[in-house]
Design a protein around this ligand. Structure first.
Ligand code: NAD
Ligand code: MG
Length: 325
């Protein structure tokens, strides 16, 4: 394989898949205008710049922007005109704008629709999207077996599951045949304000399951612009993150850069998936990673100050999915 010019990003093993994934991945939900407007030109340019700088992993879902994210990513990947084995694409199934449906029938149809929008013959990974909203026994008994068939047909290479509460991962992995869940996608659980995924890493490693950790910026909480209107965090968590970002600004630092570097420094996480919708964000996030690799350490002093501000809300999350009564 040719080394790409200007590529500075470390590649990591994704569990037992054999995939070599860049330590930062491109989250394409913003391309579905989930975080505000983005033009087609900017979307295409962002993906091109990401790929040029060494990002080889792109994640989307039919749910993001009601299929717009997949369509935009498809256009951007086509414009790349790169050999198919040089980039890794994941999309999802089971969560749609019209609701959740993890039946074998629906997920088998939805991959064909996703492939058409993406302009691809196969995706590298198909995730069951936000399984805490499903009957987990259906995921085990119906959805995962349906995805094994898609593997055999060559429409997908690997199977993943995504969700917010961490317990859903072990529930499913402990009940399926070894090797039938290749990766998990966790979000908002390995960052400055919440690092609860860490406790699960030894288990996932022992199962040979690859770990994708998404939302290092806590879906906008750890940015100067702050979170979108729909963000599910409590008012307390939102205001603590706002105070933390203000503190960073006062010290001439940037909360997003600090957050990226924090999430990147655990090598048991294969890739950190950050949502981006501009060339500027791509360049800033890659620069943060390159700086971390060059320095070989995080900025502990400012991290400690931010940690103190976030202490009262440390590991605070929010409800997602079917709640146990
Ligand atoms: P994130 O924490 O990556 O934050 C994204 C937000 O931060 C966007 O508004 C983006 O424009 C902004 N941003 C990015 N870089 C920035 C920078 N340098 N400075 C300032 N702002 C910056 O949250 P996310 O996008 O929700 O998560 C990343 C990706 O992970 C998603 O796009 C999606 O692909 C995936 N994901 C999946 C699930 C799931 O499967 N349930 C859940 C969450 C995320
Ligand atoms: Mg989501």
């Amino acid at each position: 394989t040719m080394a790409k010019e200007g590529s500075n990003l470390e590649l990591r093993d994704l569990g037992n898949t054999g995939l070599k994934v860049s330590c930062v991945g491109f989250g394409a939900s913003p391309l579905g205008r989930v975080f505000g407007p983005v033009s087609e030109e900017e979307a295409i340019a962002s993906v091109r710049q990401a790929f040029r700088l060494g990002i080889n992993f792109f994640d989307t879902s039919p749910y993001y922007g009601a299929t717009l994210s997949e369509t935009m990513l498809g256009k951007a990947l086509e414009a790349l005109n790169a050999p198919r084995d040089q980039f890794i694409v994941s999309t999802k199934c089971g969560r749609y704008v019209d609701g959740f449906d993890f039946t074998a029938d629906r997920v088998t149809k939805s991959i064909d629709e996703s492939l058409a929008r993406l302009g691809l013959d196969y995706v590298d990974i198909l995730h069951c999207h936000d399984i805490e909203f499903a009957d987990l026994d259906q995921i085990v008994e119906e959805t995962i077996p349906a995805l094994q068939k898609l593997k055999e047909e060559g429409k997908i290479r690997f199977v993943g599951v995504s969700g917010l509460p961490l317990e859903v991962f072990s529930y499913v992995i402990d009940r399926v045949a070894p090797g039938s869940v290749d990766v998990i996608l966790s979000y908002c659980h390995y960052g400055i304000n919440d690092d609860t995924l860490e406790g699960m890493l030894p288990y996932l490693k022992s199962k040979g399951v690859g770990v994708i950790s998404a939302s290092p910026l806590a879906m906008g909480l750890l940015t100067d612009n702050g979170p979108p209107e729909w963000h599910p965090a409590s008012a307390e968590l939102k205001s603590a993150c706002k105070a933390a970002s203000a503190h960073c600004r006062e010290k001439g630092k940037n909360i997003s850069k600090l957050a990226m570097q924090y999430s990147l420094s655990n090598k048991d996480i294969s890739t950190v998936l950050v949502g981006m919708n501009s060339v500027k964000q791509v360049e800033e996030n890659v620069a943060a990673v390159v700086e971390l690799a060059t320095l070989g350490r995080r900025e502990e002093e400012i991290l400690q100050e931010v940690g103190a501000i976030l202490q009262p809300v440390k590991n605070q999350t929010w409800p997602s999915g079917m709640q146990k009564s």
